[in-house]
Design a protein around this ligand. Structure first.
Ligand SMILES: [Zn+2]
Length: 64
């Protein structure tokens, strides 16, 4: 898998271009906005979209 153009910080949903990618996964990343530097807290655009689509129209469970 090729490296994505950018990653999205899941803490503040900001794209970042400052990251290291190897063997199909993030090994290092840094968010310039919130300072997050945990590689597990960044998603590729593809992963991020898959995650947000999942949330759509599915908030009934949260209602009381
Ligand atoms: Zn961030």
């Amino acid at each position: 898998m090729a490296a994505p153009e950018y990653l999205i910080c899941v803490e503040c949903e900001t794209p970042t271009y400052v990251f290291e990618w190897a063997a199909g996964r993030v090994i290092e990343a840094m968010c310039p906005v919130c300072g997050n530097d945990d590689p597990a807290s960044f998603l590729s655009e593809e992963e991020y979209e898959a995650m947000t689509v999942d949330d759509e129209g599915d908030d009934d469970e949260e209602k009381e």
